[in-house]
Write a protein that binds this ligand. Structure first.
Ligand code: PML
Length: 273
């Protein structure tokens, strides 16, 4: 019998400010326990206890695409300014125009919405012209409906623990990045956390993997977000539908996890996959 899958999404606010969000793809048997965990997470968030928690539970009508996670590469640069230079080099190597790389970094540093605040979703940037394509520059495009199978998640948590890596931010960021760059017209994603207590970020690319930088912004700063770099001439509505609606489950864990000093080392060592 084919099982039904559900998308369960949580969003929590405190005094109308977003403090926590998470999502799961689960079978009917796990709905109650997953909902309880998400509520606990919103109520015990480091940024305060939520006063409004929205839970959305939805039967998935679309077929679920199964993918593998990207390999994890940590670039050990602890000066965020030099790390941003590494990010620029990496993006240029991936074929992204220099102007687009600087524009993307400036947007995330200053707040990418027209008021200079964080966006809930991502900027979609055309990689040659540096034009922004997202229809709503306040909201952006939110990648959604992605998760791990139970087994892949368990293996990932063990891998992160064995490598002394963060187990709260990385799993969700890795699932999202793996979904995003699985789209053939997204060449790379740039992200750094908008959580003031977390300085990490990454560039993801299908060939190079999830290239993470533990320091991409100064401590205590709440500006961050995501930019998806796309090929010119793409079908924007198909892309947005993929990112927001198509369910993707990471069922295969790529166990390749390594540390590097520079991004050049990642590129030249690229015994990829
Ligand atoms: C976020 O969810 O706040 C973004 C997390 C980025 C994780 C970067 C890392 O790999 O440490």
């Amino acid at each position: 019998m084919v099982k039904d899958y559900f998308s369960l999404r949580m969003r929590a606010t405190k005094e109308q400010q977003h403090i926590s969000g998470a999502e799961r793809i689960i079978t009917a048997a796990r709905i109650e326990s997953a909902a309880a965990k998400l509520i606990r997470r919103a109520r015990e968030h480091a940024h305060g206890q939520a006063d409004v928690i929205n839970l959305t539970l939805e039967l998935l009508e679309n077929e679920i695409t199964e993918i593998s996670s990207l390999p994890i590469r940590t670039i050990k640069q602890d000066d965020y300014r030099l790390a941003r230079d590494e990010v620029k080099d990496l993006l240029v190597q991936l074929g992204i125009n220099k102007q687009a790389t600087s524009k993307a970094i400036n947007l995330l540093a200053k707040g990418a919405n027209p008021k200079g605040e964080n966006m809930r979703g991502a900027v979609i940037m055309e990689l040659t012209s540096a034009n922004r394509l997202e229809g709503d520059q306040f909201r952006g495009v939110r990648a959604s409906r992605m998760d791990y199978s139970g087994e892949a998640k368990e293996r990932l948590l063990k891998l992160l623990e064995d490598n002394e890596l963060n187990r709260t931010h990385i799993p969700e960021a890795l699932a999202l990045a793996s979904k995003v760059v699985a789209h053939r017209q997204i060449v790379a994603e740039l992200c750094w956390s908008d959580d003031p207590d977390y300085t990490g970020g990454y560039v993801a690319n299908q060939e190079l993997g999830y290239c993470r930088f533990p320091f991409l912004k100064p401590e205590g700063l709440g500006r961050g977000g995501r930019v998806f770099f796309v090929q010119p001439g793409l079908d924007l509505s198909e892309l947005v539908d993929y990112l927001e609606q198509k369910p993707v489950l990471v069922t295969q864990l790529n166990p390749n996890i390594k540390e590097y000093q520079t991004i050049t080392e990642v590129i030249t060592n690229a015994e990829l996959g």
